[in-house]
Design a protein around this ligand. Sequence first.
Ligand code: PEP
Ligand code: MG
Length: 581
Amino acid sequence: MEVRRGIAVAPGVAIGPALVLGSEDFRIPQRFVRVDAVDAELSRFRAALAAAVAEIAGHEELAATRLGQQYGAIFAAHRQLAQDPKLLLEIEDLIRQKCYSPEFASSRVLRKHAKTLQNLGDRYFAERANDLFDLEKRILRHLLGERREELTQLTAPVLVLAHNLTPSETANLDKKFVLGFATEVGGKSSHTAILAGALELPAVVGVGSFLADVSGGETVVIDGNEGTVIIDPDEETLGSYRDAERKMRSAAVRLSSLGPLRSETRDGVPIHIYGNIEFPDEVDHCLERGAEGIGLYRTEFLYLEGDREPTEEVQYDAYARVLKAYPQGPVVIRTLDLGAEKFPQTMQEVIEATPNPALGLRSLRLTLHNLAMFKTQLRAILRAATLGDVRIMFPLVSSLLELRQAKMILGDVLEDLEEERVAFNPKVKVGMMVEVPSAALMADEFGREVDFFSIGTNDLIQYTLAVDRANPAVANLYSSADPSVLRLIEGVVKAAGKYNLPVSVCGQMSSDPIYTPLLVGMGLRELSVTPQSILEVKQAVRNLTVAQARTVLEHARTLDVARDVDSFLRGEMKKLSAEMV
Ligand code: PEP
Ligand code: MG
């Protein structure tokens, strides 16, 4: 049994067989073979190995004649590795003595040696480790042939283990078969993490290098509460996880009784809780858990799901689906926030041309460079706005000019629709995300030109602290509790108050109940949270009075480092609600 620690990003526990995603996205379907099949399996292994050796020899010859002997020598080294008698004996022994399938045995042996080389911490040896991984893939390709299983063609439940999953790969995971995932890289507020929550899949990211220890097929536990990944758990561990699963289910049932209750403080002040969604179907969870509306609809996932841009009609249908669930409540539709790590397949060239994507052509900047795409979306939103209380929100606004430009385009689209006599709602409210420090600092000025603010703490933290939200190496520096971040949020709330503008927090910070007292203390009366945390946040609200919240804020203001704010808030949470902690 091997226990790895990472960053917990989506709660819950998943138990099942591992599917290891290499760069070729295939897995080992079978770990063991029958005793009477061992001889046949050994022959199958030798045939696959011979094919792999012949393939490498072909590359060797081609490289030597086209590029020169020194290039041929690269493949000669691979070939020698594939013919190394000790390695082969080790693999064959596992097939013969332990009845391992040739796929599992090759993977086990080659990964074990690769890991030893990697651990030497020397570049030369690390490259030799890559040669072993390369050989593993080659042998597996020959062994599995047509039986290679792709992520898109799963037929049985698995836990996906990968170096990284992009937001679009995550969006396309088939929930019927994928029970949870763990990745070597990634951070708490990365979009991949947010999607795990949206799909309600237990997930752990930022585990660090661990794939060399797994071949696929092993039983794995992904604990999305604690942030652990357990490979080959022993019986006792498995038993305790099954117990924990049962307890979590009953705690969830208890929390669900809060669904129909009002979200208000103990002294009767309403704190409106809205849902953050990435996919229209998530509205069902929001309704079930009593969210009063949708405070953030991340529409870019419509673009990330397929391999072509969604038409105006496809977008209209998606928005209409959300409005059907919430005809009364507000539905805040955020215009496309593509870029950084959220790139659809149709925009691959842009991604390659952008060396520092979080500071590059992303979000509103990108849509302002693609007016046709922007206008198509605005048309769909304005048309859907005839069905309910739709509000438009622009993401990543960093200057007043940018906001004015976006509003001007919106004005053009309104005129177009009027001229075409298409039914639309001309009175849609227009707001902005405050998620760039420049916007937070200029909130007073922005307040005159928008109908509402929504504070996006995920990006606000990343840009204020200069800490990549998806990088596990700096995850310890990424904190909602940093006093600089709290000051910016307070400034925005104050500016909103000056113009009587609605203001909410829609970043992940608002989904964590430890921050509820602080945010309520600052004067926030609207929180937009992930569907999974609606009930927990409601419980935190119902355990609190506004006076208590203000006291919490006052003390937090006296602390000057994130760690102290964080531990103070945890202590307060414990005091306010022993049960929740
Ligand atoms: C944010 O940045 O806080 C936010 C809500 O937007 P996203 O997570 O989609 O970048
Ligand atoms: Mg953002």
